[in-house]
Design a protein around this ligand. Structure first.
Ligand code: FAD
Length: 527
């Protein structure tokens, strides 16, 4: 008997490589494509900020348009998940619910409650993996039921597993014609709301536009430059270029507007035709594998987004300092490089990976000694690509709480940015108050004389703050604290330790004075 199906979009806001929706269409006489806009869930569990709200609504609008072109529609139902489902299952005589399987605890819990509802109301539940390259359970099974805790070990397990699942075919009008669409009247009742309907500020509009169509266009644009794709080497990309120097696809992957499997296989095709191509960890496929790595570890590590109760994370007595945290979050640290990055993040919702390094190191082990959880929450609110596993994994990395062990390398908030943008064009764009400073002062305007500050039209301490810390003193102090923590918690630190260097840091290491830990004495290396 063909089913009457609700296909529930959670992430996976796309029609290409959507195995679950394809399975729904193949097994049903009628399919209701539904997105439940549960504001409480989105705000208090997902913590989505204004920029991501816009991106989400644009993605839903695009999905609606694309479904419409294939003879169906998207039904956006506002309300609390369980009660919306309960009502509509009964109203529409639903016999099957299809949804993507996800690894986040809150999505797993949601799936479990949908399954319980299914038992109570008599519908079947089908969930398939579509958001990652592999079903993470297969990776865990091959690694004796536990997550591989280093990238190297992870790649080894993947070499046993073979290539990821190939993408499923694109959905067509014929797929939708085989079963009935929802009544046309329903689409009118359940339209995609406008930002004003949800009282989302119209001031915060990012230049990034949400949706599958935009995501696919960006993907195609990148893939036309096959030489760039084949030679992509992440550490050589520029954190302060005025346009993204990496693909900028993360917001689209994060909401599932783009399939990582599609991207992976398009890359494989280009690599197959190239004489030489870069390799993981620094290649583009290597970036997708970092994503996969964090997904795998997060899927099987308790309290992955917290320090307490997280078995792979160093337990550190971080400072609680709301005022300092606020200065970091609102771009008032007095270090133009850090403040420009935090401004770009707030205005646009995307910053380069190494820019993320700079501000995360500054907040945690570098300068302020504030918990990575606080930084992660700020990123969660402001990033368009905010992602449970990747965000927490990278924050643990940057704070040297897990995965990263070269903790003597601390980024200098003055020299780091200057290396790739000596004229400070990036700072001039995001902090226009500093735009008239000569280049030699742009990273440290407090060193300009009073006269020079007047000429630049910006008095430090009045129009722009003095640096909130003495970087040398703060980072020296923090380095000693970190050394002590790592000695005391040696076993935890070893859990995620790889014997290869951090690929992102290799170039940096060569460029700067090298010092190391010798005979128990910590010598610092400031990058
Ligand atoms: P590209 O370099 O073009 O890479 C292609 C894709 O690979 C990305 O879109 C992303 O899906 C994946 N990827 C790249 N780098 C990483 C990485 N280090 N770890 C895991 N996956 C990666 N990325 C997020 O998607 N969401 C987050 O919430 C997030 N939080 C971060 C927090 C911190 C403190 C740091 C240091 C990094 C964080 N990243 C996060 C990882 C990374 O910075 C972004 O994925 C990347 O900058 C996105 O830009 P892109 O799409 O141009 O990346």
């Amino acid at each position: 008997m063909p089913h009457r199906t609700i296909h529930l979009f959670r992430k996976g806001l796309r029609l290409h490589d959507n195995p679950t929706l394809l399975a729904a269409l193949e097994s049903s006489e009628v399919v209701y494509p539904v997105y439940i806009l549960d504001r409480k869930f989105l705000t208090s569990v997902m913590h989505i900020g204004d920029l991501r709200w816009h991106f989400l609504l644009q993605s839903l609008e695009d999905l609606q348009k694309n479904l419409c072109q294939l003879g169906s529609c998207l039904l956006v139902i506002q309300g609390e998940y369980e009660s919306v489902l309960r009502d509509h299952v009964q109203k529409w005589n639903i016999t099957q619910m299809t949804l993507d399987a996800e690894i986040e605890p809150f999505y797993k819990e949601m799936e479990a409650s949908i399954r319980r509802l299914g038992e109570e109301l008599g519908f079947e539940v089908l969930s398939l993996v579509g958001h990652s390259l592999y079903d993470t359970k297969r990776i865990l099974d091959l690694n004796s039921g536990t997550p591989p805790l280093t990238y190297k070990r992870f790649l080894h397990i993947l070499s046993l597993l073979g290539d990821p699942e190939v993408p499923v075919r694109n959905l067509t009008a014929e797929d939708f014609q085989r079963c009935r669409p929802p009544d046309p009247g329903l689409a009118e009742c359940y339209r995609v709301p406008l930002p004003v309907d949800l009282k989302i500020s119209l001031e915060s509009l990012s230049p990034w536009r949400g949706g599958e169509t935009e995501g696919l266009q960006r993907l195609e644009q990148h893939l036309t430059d096959q030489g760039w794709v084949a030679s992509f080497t992440k550490p050589r990309t520029i954190p302060n270029s005025l346009l993204p120097s990496t693909t900028g696809l993360s917001p689209y992957f994060s909401m599932g507007c783009l399939s990582v499997r599609t991207f992976f296989y398009r890359l494989s095709n280009i690599y197959a035709q190239a004489k030489h191509h870069s390799l993981p960890p620094v290649s583009l496929q290597g970036q997708l594998l970092w994503r996969e790595f964090f997904y795998t570890v997060a899927s099987a590590t308790p309290n992955f987004t917290k320090m307490a109760g997280n078995p792979i994370c160093l337990q550190i007595n971080w400072c609680e300092d709301a005022e300092r945290l606020h200065k970091w979050k609102t771009a008032q640290t007095g270090f133009p490089w850090i403040d420009a990055i935090m401004t770009q993040l707030r205005q646009e919702g995307w910053i380069h990976h190494l820019a993320r390094h700079a501000v995360a190191c500054f907040l945690t082990r570098g300068d302020l000694w504030i918990s990575w959880e606080e930084g992660m929450k700020v990123f969660e609110e402001l990033l368009l690509d905010a992602d449970y596993s990747i965000n927490a994994g990278n924050w643990m990395w940057l704070s040297a709480s897990a995965f990263f062990h070269q903790y003597t390398r601390i980024f200098c908030p003055v020299r780091f940015g200057r290396r790739t943008d000596p004229e400070g064009q990036y700072i001039r764009k995001y902090l226009p108050i500093l735009k008239n400073f000569p280049s030699k002062y742009i990273y440290e305007p407090w060193t300009a004389s009073e006269e020079e500050q007047k000429q630049a039209g910006c008095i430090i301490g009045q129009d722009y703050p003095f640096p909130m810390v003495n970087h040398k003193e703060a980072s020296d102090h923090n380095l000693q604290l970190m050394k002590q923590v790592r000695e005391e918690q040696y076993r935890t630190a070893q859990l995620t330790r790889d014997d290869t260097d951090d690929p992102m840091e290799i170039k940096v290491k060569r460029d700067h004075s090298e010092e190391s830990i010798s005979k128990g004495k910590v010598a610092r290396m400031t990058e």
